[in-house]
Each structure stands twice: as C-alpha cells, then as structure tokens.
Design a protein around this ligand. Structure first.
Ligand code: RNT
Ligand code: ZN
Length: 429
C-alpha cells in the first residue's frame, strides 16, 4: 500500500468509528454533514484590506470607530487582489459561501464617485466574478470613513442636508443590492450599520434617535429601482464604539423595535454587547417575534468587537441554539472581523472554518436525548451528556466533511496558506 493510500484508509476508518459513536446517540451523521456543507456563510470582504475599500478620497476621514490594528504585509490593494484572496479562502474553507461587500468597495476606475450616486455599474466586476463562480453576494451601506461622517453622526445628524446625503446613500445601496440580487438570482442581504453616537454624556439622547427613525423610514420608503425580492434590508445595533463610548444612537433595543415594526431584519453582532453579554440566549427570545435574524459572527475581546472568530464556547452556543430551536433557516450568517497583525488569509480561513465546525458540532449533538432527559427531570444526566459531547470525535467528521467538499482536511490548509503567502502576498510591496 502506498503512503497516500494508507492515510486514506486510516481516515475512512476514523470517520467510520466517529460516525458509529454519534449514530449510537441517535444522530444522523450524513444529514449533519450535508446540512453543514450547504448552509451559506457570507464572507466579509473587509478582512483582506483592513476595511480600507477602494474609494478615491479627498481629505482625512474618521474611521467611525472601526480600527484595524497591525501592519502585516500582503494587504489587498484593489479589486483584483481582493478577489484573488477570496478565491484562496474559498479553496481552503469548505461549504457554501457568499461574499459580503461594502459600498466602499466600488470600482470606479480612478474616478471619484460620491457615495450618494453609486450605482450597480460600479459593482459590475464583482457581479461578473460572483456569477462566474456561482456565489451569491451580500451588501452593506458605508456610513463611516467619509468627511460627512467626521462628526460621528450620519443618518441622525442634526443638519438636514447631511442626513439627506446619507439617506441618498442608503437608497443608492438598496438599488445596487437589488441589481446584484437580480443578476445573481439570489436575494442580497443589505446591512445597515452606522457609527452615530457620542463620546461623553449627551444631554439629549432623544433627538438623534427620533431623527434616525425618520431617516431610516425615508431610506426604506424608496421603491424606484428597489425590489424587496432581491434586496433584504437589515439593521445592526451596537453598545459602544471607539469615540462613542457613552451613547450609540442605534442601540440593540432601538433596532430590535425598529426592525420588528418595519418588517426588516435585525442584525446581531456577537461583539456589540457588554463584555460578558453573549447573543446565544437572545436568539430564542427574538425569534418569537422576528421572522429572521442576520448574525454577524465575530469575537469580542475587552473593548474590541472584531477579533478573528475561533471555535470557542460562545460560538458553539450560538449554533447549539440555532439547531436545538430548528432555526437555522431563519438566520443569515455572515462573518465580521478584521485583524491586520497576522496573515489575513489565515484570519479568514480560521474564522470560516470555525463557524462551520461550530455548526457541524451543533448538528452532531444528541438533541433528542438531551430534550428527553430534561423533560423527564433528569437534569444531572442531561448535563453529563452535554459534557460528554465536548470530547466527542468531532474532528474525524469534520475532516470527512472537508474531503467531501474538496477542501483540505485537518491542518493541511495551513501549509497551503503559507504557500499562498510566499507566492502571492509577499509579492505585494
Ligand atoms: C461595526 C459593525 C459593522 C462593521 C462592518 C465593516 O461595528 O460590526 O458590521 O464591522 O460593516
Ligand atoms: Zn458587525
């Protein structure tokens, strides 16, 4: 037997043993793998270039509390480099992916195009690329890193003219999202996050919120060139940001109520709550009322909301909730983090693989058994089985999932990412 064949035989024996383990607990392993593979994960484009975007800008701009730290070499400098990087990520992360763009990633051939007049043509390369690769796109309005956002206020700004500009930007993006969705025959989730807030002790927390409601309503009222079949709006709250420590206009409560009353999606970002507050318990509460949710999968560390996602308990708990509640089909999953201090492709792949691994782990949980034990009051035994699940042979099933998707199993992807760094990233000077 050649070494290669031997490894293959070992792998399939390991998978068979793992499958027997889960099946003895009543889990359908084949179904778990299939569901984990076909669940779409929308990959954020902004890890590849530290949320830079391609805009031709004049003057210094405030980042709106979004701050990528680090100066690791290899940042993508244009659309072609970014797409090349994403293709590598798609090779190294198994399963169905979408790509999540920001308005600031428009390609305008060196011309300055204001955000309120952006149009589908500025995304034609992205659309053609997505079409050729049969992947869906998602989209985001960019309400930061712009001279008209330097006050820390956009849609809630006291100046009507500034609000109008941002309302026009929102409408332009809704048209772009519609065009993208229609071209790709796949509805685009258009997420709106804005940095509006105050660093310290606002005397008036009311007026900005009232103005934000009014601006969002105007933005959502636009129907010319906007088709809700292709453009699905979502709003994302936050507790605080850098420079908006005391007050964020679009808080979670604000948007939870707004989204519910306007019948749009609420976005929960895992990094946008108090440092010890997690989102897993919110899902079953919100989904009693909301039709669906957009989840920004991220990892908060102290004051930062956007560390690279890893397979930690918080991530596992989110997917356990989705699977235990049979709610996977009601959420859109999107990664959202940025780290400029490490190999950016690795940052992507670590996060994308962690998300799908957490999903697979949740699908391999003996949910029926846990439920039965709880229903019959055997809480100790339930907890014991939950603990046993932690050391169940997830890795062998994960490797099998990777092989079926044509993606490197186990740690094999790391060598591939190193090779990509040597051949591509290191050449970017
Ligand atoms: C910021 C939000 C938002 C951004 C992206 C770039 O705190 O999480 O989702 O990360 O839009
Ligand atoms: Zn987010």
């Amino acid at each position: 037997m050649t070494k290669q064949k031997k490894l293959g035989a070992n792998a399939s024996m390991e998978f068979a043993a793992a499958a027997r383990h889960f099946e003895a607990l009543g889990v359908d392993v084949e179904r778990a793998i299939a569901t984990a593979l076909r669940t779409p994960l929308s990959l954020h484009c902004w890890q590849a270039d530290d949320v830079g975007g391609f805009e031709v800008r004049e003057g210094a701009v405030d980042g709106g509390g979004i701050l990528a730290t680090g100066s690791y070499p290899g940042r993508a400098r244009n659309g072609d480099e970014l797409r090349q990087d994403l293709e590598e990520v798609l090779r190294l992360a198994p399963g169905v992916h979408r790509v999540n763009l920001h308005a600031s990633y428009a390609e305008t051939d060196g011309r300055r195009v204001e955000r309120d007049v952006l149009a589908p043509e500025h995304f034609r390369r992205w659309i053609a690329w997505a079409k050729a690769r049969n992947i869906g796109l998602d989209f985001n309005t960019t309400f930061f890193a712009h001279p008209l956002a330097n006050d820390g206020m956009t849609l809630s700004h006291p100046d009507r003219k500034i609000r109008d500009f941002w309302v026009r930007h929102g409408i332009a993006c809704r048209r772009i999202a519609t065009a993208m969705g229609r071209a790709l025959r796949s509805p685009v989730t258009l997420n709106h996050w804005l940095p509006d807030g105050r660093k310290d002790s606002p005397a008036d927390r009311w007026s900005p919120r009232r103005r934000l409601v009014e601006s969002l309503d105007r933005m959502l009222a636009a129907s010319d060139g906007v088709d809700p079949r292709w453009c699905r709006d979502a709003v994302e709250g936050k507790l605080f940001g850098i420079g908006s420590e005391d007050y964020v206009v679009g808080s979670n409560e604000f948007y939870a109520a707004y989204a519910l009353t306007r019948k749009i999606r609420l976005c929960l970002d895992m990094g946008h709550f108090h440092p010890t507050e997690t989102i897993a318990d919110k899902i079953s509460a919100l989904l009693q009322f909301h039709e669906g949710l957009l989840l920004h999968v991220s990892r908060p560390i102290r004051w930062d909301s956007d560390h690279v996602v890893i397979l930690n308990d918080d991530l596992r708990a989110v997917f356990q909730e989705l699977i235990r509640g049979n709610a996977l089909a009601r959420v859109n999953l999107a990664t959202d983090y940025f780290d400029a201090s490490i190999n950016r492709i690795m940052a992507y792949v670590i996060g994308a693989r962690a998300v799908r691994k957490a999903l697979l782990a949740a699908l391999l949980e003996p949910v029926e058994r846990l439920r039965d034990l709880e229903a019959s009051g055997r809480h100790g035994e339930k907890l014991a089985w939950m603990e046993e699940s932690r050391s169940a042979p997830l890795g062998a099933v994960w490797d099998e999932l990777c092989r079926r998707a044509g993606s490197p199993p186990g740690a094999e992807w790391i060598a591939a990412a190193n090779e990509y760094e040597r051949a591509v990233l290191a050449q970017r000077r």
